[in-house]
Write a protein that binds this ligand. Sequence first.
Ligand code: ADP
Ligand code: MG
Length: 338
Amino acid sequence: MGQIIVMDELLSNKIAAGEVVERPASVVKELVENAIDADSTSIEITLEEAGLSKIQVTDNGKGMDADDALKSFSRHATSKITTEHDLFRIRSLGFRGEALASIASVSKISLWTSNGENIGSKVELEGGRVISNTPGPIRRGTDIVVSQLFYNTPARLKYLKTIQTELGHSIDLINRLAISYPGIAFKLTHNQQTIMQTSGRGDLKQVLAAIYGISNVKKMVAFDNDSSDFRISGFATLPEITRASKNYITVLVNGRWVKHYGINNAIVDSYHTLLPIGRYPIVVLNIEMDPILTDVNVHPAKHQIRLSKEKELMELVRITIRSIMHRVQKPPEIIEKP
Ligand code: ADP
Ligand code: MG
């Protein structure tokens, strides 16, 4: 007899979790992205001990009916794509349908959800197993509490960094999501302390002020340009405002925060010699393009992206930011008196 068996779902979820759920911030990312995909306008994230003891995400999105509430924890359960055609035109943040299954397999979860019409439902799981499923109140939205993350994977727990480092990852993530979605009100609380809060009024500059402080935002210049395939816009600090890391550069492709080494470099490059060595600007760069030119399906959790025509894009970024920095750096013109 052969030796190959098909593994049971709980085990395969736990293995997938090893890829997708690296640290508390990975859970925060998946839960908040789900809330965004559910058209929420208000998302509250509450952490305890940087998320190691508790991660709670409460949204006012479209919620789920009782059937979907249970199904959402099955592997490959997604409401976001149905055909292969969809895969190349992804507008939602999630689509793999494995985040909730993975998170559930390495934690204790309590989900309350309601679509605002039918009776709500409450599902509790431990290590991926459903331990209770009861009706809940009707109020449109979803509330997920993940506690004791990695309680059944001690090796993963051991490799986590300090509370401060883990919290830093979550703050960084929420900041970038708030920048990507100025129309959503975000609130992040850690050990009962409010860390950041945005109004959801749709004003990117207001969001940047909430994150980086008003005085820095006053030193940011707006830019806007296009080429045949791309349209770019955003804000960039004058060379006098710098940071010691590239972490303050946020790149969005069609509203989705991405990491792209080449684009980051093009931004820094466009300041040319204006920046001191080892210092970087604060920049938000919005890129709009036909989704067919991108491939987001590179890694299940990481924000990496592949682009066609990336040379054209980088050149556009360089020219645009360089020209505004050049313009604002020029000494004021002397107006001759008549
Ligand atoms: P994916 O986001 O890739 O579809 P997930 O495992 O993250 O997969 O979620 C599975 C499904 O559960 C989603 O497709 C969605 O239908 C539903 N879901 C998850 N979170 C929420 C939420 N906050 N509000 C409404 N529906 C949700
Ligand atoms: Mg998801």
